[in-house]
Design a protein. Structure first.
Ligand code: GDP
Length: 199
């Protein structure tokens, strides 16, 4: 089933207490501000404008929940690491995102988006460390800005560093979109089976 084709906004949570109660399996998206996360979500959903493409990086500090039909959810985590974000906002981000990641038994996996030109920043690595053994897909966004040779070298370097699936991705050329969709649909299928299955 094509779970990733229709998504509707359900709720935004600015504090841990406002997180939506657990329901169907969820896929969360995370990445530095301005990395191309909203564009990637929209490309994966085949939509022009589901997640708002931010004009002011770093300002959205809410976790946004979207329904993918009744079977699954997409969760857009606030972007991190924008230089001008005050320290207080940064710790607010950490508290909120950590509360979500630590508590969510319905989390089928997390898509971490890194800029293909500057992957593996300290904050990217910190997030991945927090994820522990949560299922992970890394998308190297804006891959269209690299030459073929640079793409291959970056893919090899990031794959070797993380030991997780890594894909070159571009919401402009749609490189990596279809392959990533297939993988995420599989996550949701297995995530749903696990939630429904005996505990
Ligand atoms: P977010 O803050 O991570 O959600 O990033 P956005 O999706 O809002 O994108 C930030 C900027 O990067 C915008 O100017 C986009 O047009 C641009 N952008 C996003 N994805 C791509 C891509 O795949 N290729 C190129 N060249 N630019 C992109």
């Amino acid at each position: 089933m094509k779970l990733l084709s229709h998504a509707e906004f359900i709720a935004a949570a600015g504090r841990a207490a406002d997180l939506l109660p657990e329901g169907p399996a969820e896929i969360a998206f995370a990445g530095r501000s301005n990395v191309g996360k909203s564009s990637a979500i929209n490309a994966l959903l085949g939509r022009r404008r589901l997640a708002r493409i931010s004009k002011t990086p770093g300002r959205t500090q809410t976790i946004n929940f979207y329904a993918l039909g009744e079977q699954a959810r997409l969760v857009d985590l606030p972007g991190y690491g924008y230089a001008r974000v005050a320290r207080s906002l940064r710790s607010q981000w950490e508290t909120l995102v950590a509360a979500y990641l630590r508590s969510r038994s319905t989390l089928a996996g997390v898509v971490v988006i890194m800029d293909a030109r500057h992957p593996l920043t300290p904050l990217d690595l910190q997030l991945i460390e927090w994820l522990g053994d949560t299922r992970l897909l890394v998308l190297l966004s804006k891959a269209d800005k690299l030459s073929r040779t640079e793409q291959a070298a970056t893919l090899a370097r990031v794959s070797a560093a993380l030991g997780a699936p890594v894909r070159l991705f571009s919401s402009v050329t749609r490189q990596g979109v279809d392959e990533s969709r297939v993988l995420l649909e599989q996550w949701l299928e297995t995530g749903r089976a696990e939630i429904k299955g005996p505990r």
